[in-house]
Design a binder for this molecule. Structure first.
Ligand code: AMP
Length: 465
């Protein structure tokens, strides 16, 4: 087995690695570090959780330990798809450079240009950036990329998903062609293949088996769920999620709940909080300081449940998550691999539950094809309410609407006629008028079958009448 001391790393880097408590290099480290130290391009096919960050930071630091940075001309560049990932890479640099005098700057949105420019002006050895912010700085004329000797592209497939590939190509073209490139992606989509063929020169290819196909530490379950009515889908699904959390009880020390849409991230987090769960949302539309604070709380253990979108959570290094809940089946099966890879890390046991409604069954099939296993079906912990006569049916008031919506009193948009999540009859004149033909089928729970006809009239109709 390879040891860190066999890898030719700078002794001060080795000391920091030792202090970080790492005993042996992970496969991606053992595979990538020697080639990177020889100055070769590296194509690493590995995802987060495999130790890939250290697989590029350790050789970079070793190579940069000699030499000095010049003003506005960073010596190396690390591109990350999200701010959180960039911040995490920056933390890694701090850890491993603690015995060396290397400087770094982090260029991410949400931080003032001035502060960042001051750092660049002084000269940095390592620049860690998201592509958009880097190009903003470049266009302001404050940054030159002609001194870049090593360039890292991290999570390239996520860059592709986020539409950053044109930016990446432009950045490549702004750096010297003699640079060394270390390129990481969890998957090799054709577009990624094209980029690597264009910009990498005879790279050493290091491929690490996908986590989901190898990690036996994660127990995976799918909970098939069908809403009793379409307009109750949201509230009933959140109920399933709460029931799963309750069922897991204390065994669920901390969890990430993934939603496909940002709006659902907000709604689910709000709903959980309302029901007394310790939860907070994280997605790209939240401001930077709030995202950082939430993440910090989750890492420290002061926040138990992180409700996240794929992009925000991608690459986050949060050790020892006991559970992952997929509120939706992800649209891209690879995202399932990334999501559940948040649990069952470093030899620990983890559990992943995926709530699957009928419309998501195809997506679940795609996941099962990718991970080459049948995901065990888990009984829906929410039992359907026993069928009783209408008069006896209790109104389902378990959840008030949680939409961010402002009161849509006079809105004419089709949204107005969307059913609400609670059973309260709507008072929108438009929708009532439009649906007046269906008035008789309206299920006004708790009023018995004899509904006084004025109840079914809208305000406007009542006023008019
Ligand atoms: P990454 O894939 O870079 O996000 O790393 C995942 C986690 O593994 C991080 O918490 C690292 O600190 C940790 N790690 C990286 N390399 C090693 C190693 N050689 N031994 C133990 N843990 C490691």
């Amino acid at each position: 087995m390879t040891k860190f001391s066999d890898l030719n790393l700078n002794p001060k880097v080795l000391k920091a690695v030792d202090e970080a408590g790492y005993e042996t290099p992970t496969p991606i480290q053992a595979g990538a570090i020697p080639s990177a130290l020889e100055g070769k391009d590296v194509l690493g096919i590995a995802q987060t959780g495999t130790g890939k960050t250290a697989s590029f930071t350790l050789p970079m630091i070793t190579l940069l330990a000699r030499g000095r940075a010049r003003a506005r001309m960073p010596r190396s560049l690390v591109l990350c798809p999200t701010r959180e990932l960039a911040a995490q890479v920056a933390e890694n640099f701090d850890t491993y450079t603690k015995h060396l005098k290397l400087t770094k700057a982090l260029l991410i949105g949400g931080v003032s240009f001035k502060e960042q420019e001051a750092l660049i002006d002084r000269g940095v050895d390592v620049l860690i950036a998201t592509p958009g912010r880097l190009l903003d700085h470049f266009e302001r004329g404050k940054l030159l990329l002609t001194g870049v000797q090593i360039m890292v592209v991290d999570e390239a497939d996520r860059m592709l998903d986020m539409g950053f590939i044109p930016d990446i190509e432009r950045i490549f073209s702004l750096t010297p062609f003699t640079r060394q490139t270390l390129f990481f992606s969890a998957t090799m989509a054709p577009e990624i293949e094209r980029i690597t063929n264009t910009f990498l020169s005879a790279p050493a290819r290091v491929e690490i088996a996908r986590q989901a196909t190898t990690s036996e530490n994660i127990e995976q379950f799918a909970v098939m769920f069908k809403a009793s009515r379409r307009d109750r889908e949201g509230s009933e699904k959140r109920k399933v999620l709460r029931a799963l959390l309750d069922q897991e009880g204390d065994g669920c020390t901390n969890a990430i709940v993934f939603c496909n849409r940002k709006t659902d991230v907000d709604i689910v987090a709000k709903s959980l909080k309302k029901y007394g769960y310790d939860a907070a949302p994280i997605h790209g539309d939240l401001d930077q300081s709030q995202r950082m604070k939430t993440l910090e709380g989750f890492r420290e253990g002061s926040l138990r449940i992180l409700v996240a979108s794929d992009v925000a959570a991608r690459g986050l290094d949060v050790p020892s998550v006991s559970h992952v809940f997929n509120y939706d089946v992800p649209g891209h099966p690879e995202d399932y691999v990334h999501r559940i890879g948040r649990t069952g890390r470093a030899g620990r046991k983890g559990k992943a539950f995926t709530i699957c409604s009928p419309k998501d069954e195809k997506a679940l099939d795609a996941v099962e094809n990718l991970v080459k296993r049948q995901i065990a079906r888990h009984e829906n912990p929410v039992k359907p309410a026993p069928k009783t006569t209408k008069a006896k049916t209790k109104p389902e008031t378990e959840e008030k609407p949680l939409r961010e919506s402002k009161p849509r009193v006079s809105s004419k948009s089709s949204e107005t006629s969307k059913p609400r999540e609670s059973n309260k009859p709507r008072e929108s004149s438009k929708s009532s008028k439009r649906s007046s033909g269906r008035r008789d089928d309206r299920n006004v729970v708790g009023m018995g079958d004899h509904l006084p006809s004025f109840i079914a009239l809208s305000f406007a109709e009542r006023r008019a009448g």
